[in-house]
Design a protein around this ligand. Structure first.
Ligand code: HEM
Length: 229
């Protein structure tokens, strides 16, 4: 176990941990968005998907605990790396490139911590039903299960909630577009020829994910999705 801790504590080990956990969280975001897009196909589709997930039972809990562990590791490593950076270089940099890199890692920490606030709010909203218990308690007709379609459309029918979600997606976009680039660099894809392409791909992928989430909340707000509860 100690070699694992020493690896994690090393500079390269920290970066690899960030890249691997970041990739896993990215995978979750893609599958979460694909699932949520079923909202566009109507109540039955998304409710059936939510039921399928919940019926996984213990496996769902294994996945949830795994996701939480990966998330905690990602945040803890980010905080450790940022502290180590400060200790290693307490005086400001002179070279513009290093200043840029330092600003980027600082803004990653800031956007990451802002996302943490979003996730806590999001879980209290949709998973635990703390912020809007009325929306969470909606039951699907017939089956009597949890009506995810009604919960989401009722929530995003409230402009304050829909806009808050969309604003957080701007932060998600910033975090992802830079994070994906860094991940590519960590795994060694760092070449004058490929770097501009990696930047463009990271930008577009981040835009698709954050934009897809924002599209969902805003399209319900504008009445394009939902309507009759
Ligand atoms: C418009 C965008 C989004 C919608 C409509 C949405 C919807 C939902 C819903 C309905 C649940 C509850 C699942 C359940 O317990 O039945 C959920 C859980 C969750 N969401 Fe989202 N979500 C969105 C964006 C995001 C984003 C951007 C993140 C991460 C940055 C995220 C992270 C999570 C996590 C970690 C869970 C807990 C997973 C679980 O309970 O197993 N979501 N989301």
């Amino acid at each position: 176990m100690s070699w694992l801790t020493s690896f994690w504590r090393s500079s390269i080990g920290g970066k690899v941990t960030m890249a691997v956990t970041g990739l896993m969280l990215f995978g979750f975001l893609v599958s979460h968005l694909l699932g949520n897009l079923l909202l566009l196909q109507g109540r039955d589709k998304i409710n059936a998907y939510a039921k399928w997930l919940h019926d996984l039972g213990p496996l769902l809990w294994v996945m949830r605990i795994g996701l939480l562990a990966v998330f905690v590791l990602h945040v803890a490593t980010a905080i450790r790396l940022s502290r180590a950076n400060k200790v290693a270089r307490p005086v400001a940099y002179r070279k513009p490139n290093t200043v840029q890199a330092n600003m980027a890692s600082r803004s990653m920490l800031l956007s990451g911590l802002t996302l943490l606030v979003f996730i806590i709010y999001h879980l209290m909203h949709f998973t635990f039903g703390v912020t809007n218990p009325g929306h969470h308690a909606l039951k699907a007709a017939g089956a009597g299960g949890h009506d995810v379609y009604a919960m989401v459309t009722t929530s995003f029918g409230n402009p304050a909630i829909a806009i808050a979600y969309a604003v957080f997606q701007v932060v998600l976009f910033l975090h992802l577009s830079h994070g994906l680039q860094s991940m590519a660099q960590t795994v060694g894809i760092h070449h004058a020829r490929y770097t501009p392409m990696i930047k463009t791909v990271s930008f577009l992928v981040a835009l698709a994910i954050a934009g897809g989430n924002a599209f969902l909340s805003l399209s319900v707000m504008f009445g394009l999705v939902g309507g009759t509860q």
